[in-house]
Design a protein around this ligand. Sequence first.
Ligand SMILES: O=P(O)(O)OP(=O)(O)OP(=O)(O)OC[C@H]1O[C@@H](n2cnc3c(O)ncnc32)[C@H](O)[C@@H]1O
Ligand SMILES: [Mg+2]
Length: 201
Amino acid sequence: MTAGKAKLLFATTNKGKLRELRELVGDSVEVVSLADLPPVPEPEEDGDTFEANAVKKALEYAKATGLPALADDSGLCVDALDGRPGVLSARYAPGDDKARYEKLLVELAGVPEARRGASFRCALALVWPDGRTHVEEGRCEGRIGHEARGTHGFGYDPVFMFPDSGRSMAELTSEEKSAVSHRGAAFRKMKSRLLELGKSD
Ligand SMILES: O=P(O)(O)OP(=O)(O)OP(=O)(O)OC[C@H]1O[C@@H](n2cnc3c(O)ncnc32)[C@H](O)[C@@H]1O
Ligand SMILES: [Mg+2]
């Protein structure tokens, strides 16, 4: 680790999020991942909102490690499913991301284009060791497609379509995704707080 730079723990077990957050933050702070630290029990995500879960994860990991912690709680909210799977997106089906987006395609079989609207949501929570907390949220509107397309990104990206371009989130490069994604939007609002970390040390 580089001496002198402020350290920031990305408090996530999700490799896709870690990759995207690392790209977004660049070298303004020194990113520490959970893999760089002794194991910490994963907080139970029992909140009803993305914000509540993000704050809980950031607080628990900051307390356990003594580092400023950035946590992300995010998910997919589908109109025809009354906003499901939402905060349960990671638990929507057992197995891997493919099992989850395939279950979604089955649940939406026969649902017409006009009712396939969906939005990705992301809540980022930054917690300082003194307990100060700051939350920013972002969202991205799209539509659930009829088949999986693309190989980039992670999670539900292959079935999340942008109607105007006809491309799925998984067909975007990482830079293209961060420019439009819920995580990129939340991060850009959070950026000034992260730069404070570098000054406060
Ligand atoms: O809680 P952490 O450790 O951060 O990792 P996680 O994967 O459990 O993350 P969440 O609890 O926030 O659940 C997020 C779910 O939403 C999905 N998701 C989140 N952001 C996404 C994105 O940018 N593209 C596709 N799917 C995404 C992801 O695949 C999970 O199924
Ligand atoms: Mg989780």
